[in-house]
Design a protein around this ligand. Structure first.
Ligand SMILES: Nc1ncnc2c1ncn2[C@@H]1O[C@H](COP(=O)(O)OP(=O)(O)OP(=O)(O)O)[C@@H](O)[C@H]1O
Ligand SMILES: [Mg+2]
Length: 488
């Protein structure tokens, strides 16, 4: 019995000591001294090699690799662990950017090997700056080249993301051979704000990511490095918003081609030749344009645009996007694989998309009216996300009222009166506002407010609210609700 007590006592003492040691190490910072000491001991058993990346070469020309290393190191999470770090505001208002202080060391891990970078500055004037890479001799042969390649690619991607994105619109008056007019592209749409089946969204995101990394692959096949997407579905289902989300995700410029302004086939060709790489080339409502039997641009002009010109002029890294309301009446030649790589269907709203919209627009994840809304969706009623979004914006200060107005709109959707019903509700909301019946903010409620919103969207060239399309937005979602994409 005594032995048992003694053992328990001994264990308790050992545990308490270990606990105290842990507290001592972590609370006092002794852990860092221990880690440093352990690292110095490890260093004694390895031979290191050093590689310098100076900011300028002998003729004082800038060394581009220095800038890439700078961008790359600033993006590493381990920069926060260095003893001195400089904090700067970034381009966006709330961004904080971290830069390594002179003569600080930062660790990085690549393919299982640890490397260190030293930000060497010879004197206080910040001239003669050099990054010094410290790498174990044993790892050098295995990782040096792929590691430098990795720095190149990562810093290029980071720069691309930082770049100000532009929207280019084609103009029909060709002044000084200029075919495009550009404005800053500040569309707020992202993959997070788009209501879409999450599996499909993830697939599309990784499809874009794998496209970005596939330069070598495309070149090995002798193909232009481009990928074409067809977004099709009723009006107001998020096609244009998705294009904006794609551009924001990639950090690519958008070239929005308005075919009605194109003079002829050769003009279309020239427009494409004047686009830059790393861009999204967009043609909206292609089905409508082809159905209208265009005279200035022929079908073969469009087909050449879709493949011929790009392949011939070795232009690279382009995403081609075409939007359509439906593809049933489109010439199969337009849709053949190679011209369109990925088909994405944008259906009318289902309950899952509705929940995403309710969360985005009203900040509501769950509500007692949700089961009722779900019931209506199950009976087949449907509205476009745009229609539901409008109702939610108009009633954004009262989620209950917003949901009730969606239910009323869904109720009347069965006989195709959803659109009218929504108009009526928006008008009702306006008049309620004018009689001071609600706490809603001004602008959005009134028809002027709605029109102003539309004007802004038109300015971006990404929303084409054509009255003739309105009826289609209340079409039933096709039976294959899950099959948003046939290409993925
Ligand atoms: N799936 C969606 N997720 C989030 N918002 C959406 C979605 N669909 C539409 N919206 C909202 O509705 C408005 C109109 O959408 P958008 O212009 O992208 O539709 P569209 O499919 O391009 O319509 P159209 O065929 O008429 O051009 C946008 O302001 C957007 O915020
Ligand atoms: Mg659109």
């Amino acid at each position: 019995m005594k032995i048992l007590y003694a053992t328990i006592l001994l264990f308790s003492v050992i545990l308490s000591l270990l606990f105290l040691l842990r507290v001592l190490l972590f609370k006092t910072g002794l852990i860092y001294i221990t880690k440093k000491g352990w690292r110095s001991i490890q260093d004694c058993f390895h031979v290191y090699q050093f590689f310098k990346v100076p900011e300028f070469d002998e003729s004082m020309q800038e060394n581009h690799l220095y800038r890439k290393v700078f961008i790359y190191l600033s993006s590493l999470a381990s920069i926060e662990d260095s003893d001195f770090t400089n904090l700067f505001t970034g381009k966006k208002t709330h961004d904080i950017v971290l830069h390594l202080d002179p003569n600080q060391v930062i660790d990085d891990y690549f393919l299982g090997a640890r490397v260190s970078w030293i930000n060497e500055v010879k004197n206080d004037t910040n001239c003669c700056r050099t990054f010094v890479l410290k790498i174990r001799r044993a790892d050098k042969r295995r990782i040096l080249r792929p590691y430098l390649q990795h720095i190149h690619i990562t810093s290029d991607e980071l720069e691309q993301k930082k770049k100000d994105v532009k929207l280019h619109i084609n103009i029909d008056t060709h002044e000084h051979n200029r075919l495009w007019r550009s404005v800053p592209f500040k569309h707020p749409s992202t993959f997070d704000t788009i209501a879409m089946e999450s599996d499909l969204k993830n697939k599309l995101r990784s499809d874009l990511e794998s496209f970005l990394k596939a330069e070598q692959y495309y070149h090995r096949l002798g193909r232009a490095w481009k990928r074409s997407y067809l977004l099709y579905g009723p009006s107001g289902t998020g096609k244009s918003s998705f294009v904006a989300a794609m551009a924001n995700f990639l950090g690519y410029d958008v070239y929005d081609i308005d075919l009605s302004r194109v003079l002829d086939d050769s003009d279309l060709k020239t427009l494409l030749l004047q686009t830059t790489s790393k861009s999204v080339v967009l043609i909206e409502d292609l089905d409508r344009f082809l159905m209208d039997k265009p005279t200035r641009v022929s079908l073969s002009g469009v087909l050449n645009f879709m493949d011929g010109v790009l392949n011939a002029c070795c232009a690279d890294e382009r995403i081609m996007v075409y939007t359509m309301n439906g593809k049933d009446h489109v010439d199969p030649a337009i849709l053949r694989p190679g011209r369109i790589d990925v088909h994405i269907h944008f259906p009318l709203c289902d309950f899952s998309s509705f929940k995403t919209l309710a969360n985005n627009y009203l900040g509501v994840k769950d509500h007692k009216l949700f089961p009722q809304v779900e019931e209506f969706f199950q009976t087949g009623a449907s509205l476009s996300p745009a229609e539901i979004g409008e109702l939610m914006i108009a009633n954004r200060n009262s989620p209950g009222r917003a949901l009730r107005s969606v239910i009323t709109a869904l109720q009347t959707d069965g006989d195709g009166r959803g659109s009218l019903n929504i108009r009526k509700q928006l008008d009702d909301s306006s008049s309620r506002k004018s009689t001071g019946d609600s706490g809603e903010h001004s602008g959005i409620f009134s028809r002027e407010g709605v029109n102003a919103m539309k004007d802004i969207r038109k300015l971006y060239g990404l929303l084409r609210l054509k009255s003739s399309k309105k009826s289609e937005s209340f079409d039933r979602t096709p039976d294959r609700k899950d099959g948003q994409s046939t290409g993925l």
